[in-house]
Design a protein around this ligand. Structure first.
Ligand code: BES
Ligand code: MN
Ligand code: ZN
Length: 490
């Protein structure tokens, strides 16, 4: 599907489907919807609204199969005008595109939000592009009967000069962002039969769009990353340390983004029960976000230096697996007593964060499907955020909100680390069930000396069993949008 914008009236653009909108309760359409209504003999006001009782409730779609010659008309409900926002533009565009999915048509849409609602054309067009890309997303490579989404073109119509300029830039950013999100979804949905550290690293080399170096077991050992190696040692697939680098000439800042890259988490010898293990191919969602964000950054080219780091391995039970009660000396020299082999993400991240800090970056952000406790706390709606720097944490939450993702700050007081006290080592990798997301945060904080750091726990939001408001099930690609936005704003 091609997404583009034209500086013309919606009526002048050659297309098979015209998409306009209505706020809840509106009986006489204004703006572009009003123009379209008049052009087609008041079909919206007299027929769709009056006769068909279309009320404009959010997300409702009215399809008129023939409005003139061979053109279709679609009216979408925007809901209450005082509740309208950018995320809703994304959700409803996804819905419209999904509903047209199997036709090979050309669609022209009004720039939702930039008219009477008065939202910024940049943001509106960005959300439309992201929504359209979510609307055509499906993961059906292993299905014989493919649900073919073959919509040909999605065109945004905006005739006003000033709005057009802004919308065009927004649309371009939205396309790059949306494509990154879909790539992350593909990586996460992929079977762990084919996606393991080596193939993940190969993917990064081919698709990150930036200089990518992959280190194998020997080099990982030479770097003293014993914690990472301990988690990896139970699998037949050797670990890979992936380091991606994007450098802008006039970089103002140096950032590292670190993604949890457990390509499958069986729990290790502390084996997970079947129901919990079922979706654990998603335990590399952080890594997927980091790779696809690097690619988007390489296209958008912000004035920063970004290092993407992934310690990729599997967490498997076997004769060579690390064991409960083992003590491991992490890269920083800090010793870890393994209390539970299923708390493996933090053990690999301990070394990955230390590696990132050695690069001398100004700040570090990690993104990880880290704790079931975070999912218990926040459900599948918001992701957890913690960190050692209040200002940056707040800045991230704000950037995420603008990008249309929800992050909720969890506490990271020292006391949450009390359960991690060990008799034989500097720390245990886990304590009890209570406050588990915060305990994991405190654990990670001990492996960073003094670099400002943000920790994102996406355990509850990375992979959904139920379809969300954007029409997405399974891998969501959460974090990609926020990271791109945050990095662009630094
Ligand atoms: N990958 C899991 C966390 C997870 C849970 C992600 C559910 C997505 C959905 C992590 O490695 C894990 O197993 N955490 C344990 C830690 C516990 C043993 C302290 C957990 O949360 O149960
Ligand atoms: Mn685990
Ligand atoms: Zn895990």
């Amino acid at each position: 599907m091609q997404i583009r914008i034209e500086k013309k009236s919606i009526l002048e653009i050659e297309a098979d489907v015209i998409v306009v909108n209505l706020f809840e309760g509106v009986t006489i359409p204004g703006g572009v919807t009003g123009i379209v209504d008049k052009e087609f003999n008041n079909v919206i006001s007299d027929f769709i609204i009056k006769k068909e009782k279309f009320d404009g409730k959010f997300g409702k779609i009215y399809k008129l199969p023939l409005v003139c010659k061979d053109k279709k008309l679609i009216v979408v409900g925007l809901g209450k005008s005082n509740e309208f926002n950018y995320t809703k533009i994304r959700d409803l565009t996804a819905k419209v595109v999904r509903s047209l999915g199997d036709s090979d048509e050309k669609v022209v849409s009004i720039l939702h939000g930039a008219g009477i609602a008065g939202l910024c054309p940049f943001g509106c067009a960005k959300m439309i592009a992201e929504g359209a890309l979510s609307g055509i997303y499906s993961f059906d490579k292993y299905k014989s009967d493919k649900e073919e989404l073959k919509l040909k073109e999605f065109i945004i119509a905006e005739i006003n000069d000033e709005k057009f300029e802004k919308a065009q830039r927004g649309m371009e950013e939205g396309i790059k962002t949306g494509e990154a999100v879909n790539r992350a979804r593909d990586l996460i949905n992929e079977s762990s039969q084919y996606l393991y550290p080596e193939t993940l690293a190969e993917y990064a080399v081919k698709n990150s769009g930036v200089k990518t170096t992959v280190y194998g077991s020997e080099q990982i050992k030479d770097m003293g990353m014993n914690a990472f190696l301990a988690v990896a040692q139970g699998s037949v697939h050797p670990p890979k340390l992936i380091h991606m680098e994007y450098k802008s000439e006039n970089a103002k800042k140096k950032i590292a983004i670190v993604g949890k890259g457990i390509t499958f988490d069986a729990g290790g010898l502390d084996l997970k029960p079947p129901s919990s293990m079922l979706t654990m191919r998603d335990d590399m969602s952080g890594a997927a976000a980091v790779i696809t964000v690097m690619r988007a950054i390489s296209e958008i080219k912000p004035k920063v230096e970004v290092h993407g780091i992934i310690a990729a391995c599997e967490n498997m039970p076997s004769g060579s697996a690390y064991k409960p009660g083992d003590v491991i000396i992490a890269k920083t020299g800090r010793s870890i007593e393994i209390d539970n082999t299923d708390a493996e993400g933090r053990v690999t991240l301990a070394d990955a964060l230390a590696y990132a800090e050695e690069l001398g970056v100004d700040e570090i952000i990690d993104i990880a499907t880290l704790t079931g406790a975070c999912m218990v706390a926040l459900g599948t709606v918001a992701s957890g955020i913690m960190g050692n720097n209040e200002e940056k944490t707040e800045k991230f939450i704000k950037a995420a909100k603008e990008a249309g993702e929800k992050f909720w700050q969890l506490p990271m007081d020292e006391e949450y680390g009390d359960t991690l006290k060990s008799d034989i080592a500097d720390t245990k990798n886990t304590g009890g069930r209570m406050g588990g997301a915060s305990a994991a945060g405190v654990f990670l904080s001990k492996f960073i000396k003094n670099t400002p750091w943000i920790h994102l726990d996406i355990a509850g939001t990375a992979f959904l069993e139920k379809t969300n408001s954007e029409g997405i099930k399974n891998a969501t690609g959460v974090g990609v949008r926020s990271l791109i936005k945050y990095i662009m704003d630094v």
